[in-house]
Design a protein around this ligand. Structure first.
Ligand code: SAM
Length: 212
């Protein structure tokens, strides 16, 4: 994805009180950060943060972490938090390839992946956030009953993800190839920025929920 650099974004992210600043020494102490022991849900590749902010507003009994690797994107979510802060949400500006550095084994109850970059070339398949390599990382940080939720409008990426889930020995708990026409799976659905854009173009939205 090509991104325009935004002047001042690096500094704004580095100094924002809404961003957890990377601790390379040890996983973060989430109980201390949130000042409670509520369950932790994480969105990887959160973009501008609309989905996560809506979730955090609706579910004050859950703690949320949004991961986005580009400051030029994260700055948009930070601006929204400055306008309407939420005590149960923090952001991290890191690459999800290093997840195990930030979360201890079993720390996370749920992982959300929404409209993840498709990386269409075969030689980049390992970079897809639903590859077997990433599922191994999620396996480490998820709690035993933890779940993964994935939405996309990209059919090839969805099919690839179903294969990865099978290959990694995970269980498919739910699956739809047209989320917005599936009353059960669409119940309480919160649209992401990309979801709104692609569904407005008439693209069906695919969703799966998986666990080990
Ligand atoms: N989830 C949002 C939505 O549905 O509107 C944004 C989708 S956008 C296509 C994917 C986002 O994931 C981008 O902002 C990208 O920078 C981020 N991303 C992709 N790979 C990542 C990684 N390895 N670590 C952290 N963020 C990543």
């Amino acid at each position: 994805m090509r991104l325009r650099k935004i002047k001042g974004a690096d500094e704004a992210v580095a100094t924002s009180p809404y961003v957890i600043h990377e601790d390379l020494e040890a996983p973060n102490d989430w109980h201390k950060i949130f000042n409670n022991d509520h369950p932790l849900h994480v969105e990887i590749g959160m973009g501008k943060g609309r989905f996560l902010m809506e979730l955090a507003k609706t579910n004050p009994q859950i703690n949320y972490i949004g991961i986005e690797r580009y400051t030029s994107v994260l700055i948009k979510a930070i601006k929204k938090m400055e306008a309407a802060p939420l005590p149960n949400l923090y952001f991290m500006c890191v690459d999800a390839a290093n997840l195990e550095q930030f979360f201890a084994p079993g720390d996370v109850m749920r992982i959300y992946l929404n409209f993840s970059d498709p990386w269409p070339k075969d030689r980049h398949a390992r970079r897809r956030l639903t590859s077997v390599e990433y599922l191994k990382r999620y396996d480490t940080i998820l709690s035993p009953s933890g779940q993964l939720e994935f939405k996309t409008d990209n059919e090839s990426l969805f099919d690839f993800s179903l294969e990865s889930i099978k290959e990694a020995g995970w269980k498919l708990l739910a699956c739809t190839r047209n989320l917005h026409q599936d009353p059960k799976m669409n119940l309480g659905n919160i649209m992401t920025e990309y979801e709104e854009k692609f569904s407005a173009q008439g693209n069906p939205i695919y969703k799966l929920i998986a666990a080990r």
